[in-house]
Design a protein around this ligand. Structure first.
Ligand code: ZN
Length: 126
């Protein structure tokens, strides 16, 4: 899918990046996986002496928060293929950009030249 990379204050560059859209079912599946990882980690941390007073409530609470945040993700752009900064041609060190419903832009930062970048989806994920 075509994605627009906008260097703030400069013309827009068009880049072809893989955008993965999640269906309602896969969003539930992904959030359930995250919930189970944190919840089971919380249950297992009962076995750690003294630290379990912090770890058990912390990880179980984190399970609910992370599952909710994961459920809200409707699209992800995988940048592991390498996104180059249009200004300095250095590699952007982000791995993934996630988009929530009705969200079409994400901000990145190039550590090579310090330039702010905007990634614009051409169509809104729903
Ligand atoms: Zn740069």
């Amino acid at each position: 899918m075509k994605v627009l990379i906008n260097v703030i204050g400069k013309p827009v560059h068009e880049v072809d990046l893989p955008v993965v859209h999640f269906s309602y079912t896969s969003r539930i599946k992904r959030s359930t996986q995250v919930f189970l990882i944190f919840f089971l980690s919380g249950i297992l941390s009962i076995l750690i002496p003294v630290l379990h007073f912090v770890l058990v409530p912390g990880l179980i609470l984190t399970a609910f928060v992370m599952a909710y945040l994961k459920f809200k993700e409707v699209a992800v752009i995988d940048l592991s293929g390498g996104l180059m900064c249009p200004e300095c041609q250095s590699n952007i060190d982000e791995k993934k950009i996630s988009f929530k419903k009705e969200e079409v832009r994400a901000r990145l930062h190039c550590f090579g030249c310090g330039q702010g970048l905007e990634v614009l989806l051409e169509q809104s994920p729903s």
